[in-house]
Design a protein around this ligand. Structure first.
Ligand code: ADP
Ligand code: MG
Length: 691
């Protein structure tokens, strides 16, 4: 049986219990074991003279026990003094048995390894790994750097080293197929598969350990390249496959779209018209659309989505809109009702407030097809809401909507043997190479023009010692009939702490500004209270709205022209840009004050000045990418945008253009290699992996 399918249980020493624990690391076959790569390395190939040790490092030392004693502190401790002629080192054991105590006697020669720390008696190692240096089988040193594998409960490092050693032995006899043709590896100068795996599991003593620790070694890049290529091919296959599935053919433009345009009160921008045209072509094709619409905050994505929605409704179908927060769902419900009611279309907001019997009733009505337009948060699809004729799903402000979520949405939304069109809208601009990697299954449209008459937001960066001036400025703005937001610090660890901080801030500002009405919204408030605060703010009854970042996306109150953001240095640039997009929506000149807590690091200063310098979201994203990498923009590995094992979109960004070219080569010249390659990296589970 090939290593690709040979179960780990065929390896010596792997029983049922160990196999179950390995399965938790995703290891089921010998191939999986070979792709379980070390997370770091230790250098035990060199014995370091004790006199040259530095605290904090992990090092191998050798010496003779000069002193051994058991002392009684709060508990028994075995203390050894190890000397090698260049100095001495203390070894400290809290757990030891009688035979160890006997073995570790004065005069014994030891080799040991561990983390060097500063202790009460000078440098020491607590619980070193050790070996008696005089035993016949003790080689002088290790022949390779020692790999450290990702830990899982009940599988020791020693066991993993033994298992990978066996797997490497198997690999030597029975090489894994290298699905990448040599011509793809030659130019980037990457090694073949077997060489890469052998190197990474047992790097030679002279390996560039810094390069390995940074994940930038050619052997690592070879695997990252292969993984990114597998992802790219799987997404492209998926894209082709989905475009052959039956969808709902919808003719655009219809009469309703024309009536909607008439009553808007403004003409579409050129960019809106172009993107609406791209969507129309997709809708009419008879196959499911999968389209990402990128457009800076305020570029008018909602109208474009509404045009698609009315076309689907006119064709007798249902439309669902999913928003990331209740707040945004409520706002969409209000806007869409205003636009659609005159056309005779009712919208249903399936908010968290509709519960029990009412919710059950709403669900039944949706399943019967009697609601053409349903708005909700993502919970809408998590609970079992079945639609009768769902032709279009609009996903608003969700750039972290990964391929698995798109697929789940597609499958759950299927009705009448057809799959719904998906329109995903985001204000987070994603640089082209990244978009083409993470969204290779999507078509992308860009609304790259703002409606006319917007004045750019003036952005100022201030230390929070200037708080009093800022409060005075809010007073002036609000007394002049304008409105303001105060955004409280982001506390990622705890929504509760964040809410408390917001409440305290609101109370303090209300006390400092007795002449103003101060409102509050945060994530822990009941939906009704949130909505009430928002509607009073919208109506102008509240002058200053204190909020957490719940108002980050979508909130649209044109009279608000001043925004204060506290602890701006703690937030990402993309997020700050989003927040800032809440002002500058009306005719009034707007300002955004970014407060920071001094001292500001040079990087933080550079980041905040990007916002001062530009109001173009794509430019912000580009600079952010330069300064911090795509982690913040796309979320890290865990967010599910692309589930990567070895590659890292930030670290390996320079490989991406080559990955796309390589995908073209694979499709044209090596189509038979594609299925086994994607199976290796993505697995056979689910439609995405199957290709
Ligand atoms: P976003 O792209 O951030 O979702 P919205 O769709 O909320 O932006 O639009 C922002 C504001 O601009 C809304 O008040 C909307 O009515 C208005 N708007 C949209 N398109 C135009 C246009 N072509 N001309 C003038 N105003 C527009
Ligand atoms: Mg929007």
């Amino acid at each position: 049986m090939s290593l690709e399918s040979r179960p780990v249980t065929t390896q010596a020493g792997v029983g049922r219990a160990l196999a179950a624990r390995l399965a938790r690391l995703g290891v089921e076959t010998v191939q999986d074991l070979l792709f379980l790569l070390p997370i770091r390395y230790e250098d035990r190939t060199r014995i370091v003279p004790i006199g040259a040790l530095v605290p904090g490092a992990r090092a191998a030392v050798a010496g003779t026990i000069e002193l051994a004693e058991v002392v009684f502190r709060r508990r028994r401790v075995l203390l050894l003094r190890l000397a090698d002629g260049t100095g001495f080192l203390t070894l400290r054991f809290f757990h030891f048995n009688a035979s160890q105590q006997q073995q570790l006697a004065r005069g014994t020669r030891l080799r040991c390894f561990g983390e060097i720390r500063r202790g009460p008696l000078g440098l020491e190692i607590v619980h070193p790994e050790y070996r008696l240096a005089d035993l016949p089988d003790a080689q002088a040193v290790e022949g390779a750097l020692t790999p450290v594998y990702p830990a899982t409960e009940g599988v020791q490092q020693g066991r993993l080293r033994m298992l990978t050693a066996q797997a490497l032995g198997a690999l030597a006899n029975d090489p894994l197929p290298d699905w990448l043709p040599p011509e793809l590896l030659r130019e980037p100068g990457l090694p073949g598969l077997r060489a890469a795996l052998e190197y990474l599991h047992r790097p030679p003593p002279d390996a560039a350990i810094e390069l390995l620790q940074a994940g930038r070694h050619p052997a690592q890049r070879r695997l990252a390249f292969e993984e990114l290529l597998a992802q790219q091919l799987a997404l492209r296959r998926l894209r082709e496959e989905i475009r052959r599935d039956p969808g709902w053919p919808i003719q655009v433009p219809g009469a309703l779209a024309a009536r909607l345009l008439e009553q808007l009160g403004f003409p579409l921008t050129g960019a809106q018209r172009r993107v609406a045209g791209e969507i129309s072509a997709d809708l009419a094709s008879g196959h499911p659309m999968l389209r990402l619409v990128q457009g800076d905050v305020g570029s008018g994505k909602t109208v474009v989505a509404a045009l698609a929605a009315v076309a689907a409704i006119e064709a007798g179908c249902q439309v669902a809109l999913m928003a990331p927060t209740e707040l945004l769902a409520e706002q969409h419900a209000r806007n869409f009702s205003r636009w659609l009611r005159p056309l005779g279309i009712e919208t249903l907001l399936l908010s968290a407030r509709i519960t029990g019997r009412a919710r059950q009733g709403a669900r039944e009505a949706i399943a019967a097809g009697s609601h053409p337009f349903v708005i909700g948060t993502h919970a809408l699809f998590q609970e079992r809401v079945g639609f009768a004729r769902l032709a279009l799903v609009i996903v608003d402000e969700q750039h972290r909507f990964g391929v698995q979520q798109r697929l789940a949405l597609r499958d759950k939304g299927a009705s009448g043997g057809r799959y719904p069109h998906q329109l995903i809208m985001t204000a987070t601009p994603i640089p082209r190479t990244l978009a083409m990697t993470a969204y290779a299954d999507l078509d992308v449209s860009v609304i790259d023009e703002l409606p006319p008459g917007r004045t750019p937001v003036r952005t100022v960066v201030l230390p929070d010692s200037r708080r009093d001036d800022v409060v005075a400025r809010i007073r002036r703005a609000c007394l002049a009939g304008r409105q303001a937001y105060w955004v409280c610090p982001l506390i990622e660890e705890s929504e509760l702490l964040e809410a408390q901080a917001a409440e305290d801030t609101a109370a303090a500002l209300a006390a400092a500004l007795p002449e103003l009405k101060v409102g509050l919204v945060h994530g822990r408030m009941p939906a009704a209270a949130k909505e009430q605060a928002m509607s009073r703010f919208r109506a102008g009854e509240i002058g200053l709205l204190v909020a957490t970042t719940v108002i980050e996306v979508g909130v649209d109150v044109p009279n608000a022209s001043l925004m204060v953001i506290e602890n701006a240095e703690r937030m990402g640039l993309a997020q700050l840009h989003q927040l800032r997009g809440r002002v500058g929506r009306g005719a009034e000149a707007s300002s955004c004050l970014l407060l920071y807590r001094a001292p500001l690091s040079p990087l933080a200063r550079a980041r905040l000045s990007v916002l001062r310098a530009t109001s173009d979201g794509f430019e912000v994203a580009r600079r952010d990418l330069e300064l911090r990498g795509p982690g913040e923009l796309l979320g890290t590995r865990q967010t599910g945008l692309l589930q990567l094992k070895v590659a890292d979109l930030l670290r390996d960004a320079d490989l991406l253009p080559r990955v796309r070219e390589a995908a073209d080569v694979m499709l044209a010249a090596h189509p038979a290699n594609i299925a086994p390659l994607t199976r290796r990296w993505i697995g056979a589970g689910g439609r995405y992996g199957k290709v």
